[in-house]
Design a protein around this ligand. Sequence first.
Ligand code: ARG
Length: 588
Amino acid sequence: MKKLLDLITEEVVKAFEACDYKGEYGKVTLSNRPDLCEYQCNGSLAAAKEYHCAPIQIADKVVEELKKSSVFEEALGVKPGFINLKVSSLFVQEYLRKMAEDERLGCHKAENPRTIMIDYGGPNVAKPLHVGHLRSAIIGESVKRLGRFVGHKVIGDIHLGDWGLQMGLIITELKERKPELPYFDESYMGEYPKEAPFTISELEEIYPTASARSKEDEAYKEEAMEATYLVQHGHKGYQAILQHILNVSVADLKKNYASLKVEFDLWKGESDAQPYIPDLVAMLKEKGYAYESEGALVVDVKEAEDTKEIPPCMILKSDGASLYTTTDLATIVDRMKLYHPDEIIYVVDKRQEMHFVQVFRCARKTGLVEDETGLKFLGFGTMNGKDGKPFKTREGGVMRLENLIADINEEMYEKIAGNSEIGEEEARETARIVGLSAIKYGDLSNQASKDYVFDVDRFTSFEGNTGPYILYTVVRIKSILNKYRALGKDPDSCVVGVPGNETQKSLMLLLARFNGAVENAFEEAAPHKLCAYIYELANGFNKFYHETKILGEEDETVRDSLVAVLVLTKRVLEICIDILGFEAPERM
Ligand code: ARG
């Protein structure tokens, strides 16, 4: 369906043209004075320059023309040259009827679906999943869902950090503790045990211990580096340990991400890119892109228009080791070869921006991607505590994701159990559902690139711009619809009528903005725009709810029309929260 705003613009463009002005001046926007009008067109101001007359003359002339249109209830020329518009009730009614009949509520489905890969999550294997990785998961998941809703083929890849020193550290520490294990016996020829020699909690203790020790003990660090080299170069026993680490970690990660309703299509990692590195390096040398600089192998990526220094992209260190950049370049090779994406979006901490500038430029320059392939860095800011510093536990340590979720759920449970008569079990389940909305909405409602303060009290509040407030609105509608059903009636068979008053009309106009809101959020990969839209919609609905007798309305046609608006509001909100990655409970 065409967007309502576009239909209105078309009408105004026609009117400009009928008055012999260029149609391009007929662009309409939402009114910035909602007390005066619903939409406005400021084109007469610009047109006046071209046609050498007073803007108001043009506005008045166009307004005369607009009065003939059935789209508008009111068109007014206002000095110096604005056109203030109110659409007709019948026009709104018709638009909403069509929208309600459409399964996609008026949203286009991409005609030429693109393949979009999203690189998000990015946890590091064997290190506990902490809040630093929360934003990537939440934002990436939502961008993925948004893309799918719009009709694209979207592939989410977790891109595990499974190729670093942490592997060597764990192997070294394990060797200290359990030297008798067959992995450390160089003459061992048999099969290695299927069972991992550690649990996830042990693993999570082993890594920080080893990491701390390596900072004090030079010999220990050397050994860890040696082990890292060996595991990366085919040492059988160490590779068996690596596999154990991966299995144990991935099982735990899956559990954690599931509790966040975050699902990846691919569980690939940095290690999957390694096999491509030798050929990649050879190609870069052969084609003359890479050269040696102070022993290292680099590719220049600076461009003439640069205003700041962009250092060369490092491919190999002087000792021949590959780097994070090398891995990301090789991952692009893997992705282009196996999935042929039209675009790759990286949802990563914005502090890594320079790394991606280098990687993207290098990939383009050296032909790893085609000219048309999009490479997009969606950098996000830091999640801070109320003190404005990166979010920590009360004791000042790194907050584990699991604990954060548990804390929020507890907070939600207290509220819900205190508020209603629902039983313990349902209250716990509801707390989980609402808690997730608090976390996700708290994050997504901010522009991704900005830092934000993770404020548990605010995020879990049922009032204000929060997830629970949105859910509360959905639950409120569900409850009215249930009562309507209890009267033996079917809400889904109700049809939208003309709005009965201004509040109803503005709610209906808000609903009509749904397709535009989705389109806009997708184009800018900006879930916060969808949040802003549903917050406005929820406010519009709650105002309507407080002012309107719904089931108490005596005129059945009017009542059913109100119910139809309720149904539509619920559908819009439910689609939006699903795109944002959470859901609403039955009651709360
Ligand atoms: N594992 C990385 C980190 O924790 C994030 C990975 C981001 N994705 C990428 N393709 N580099 O910082």
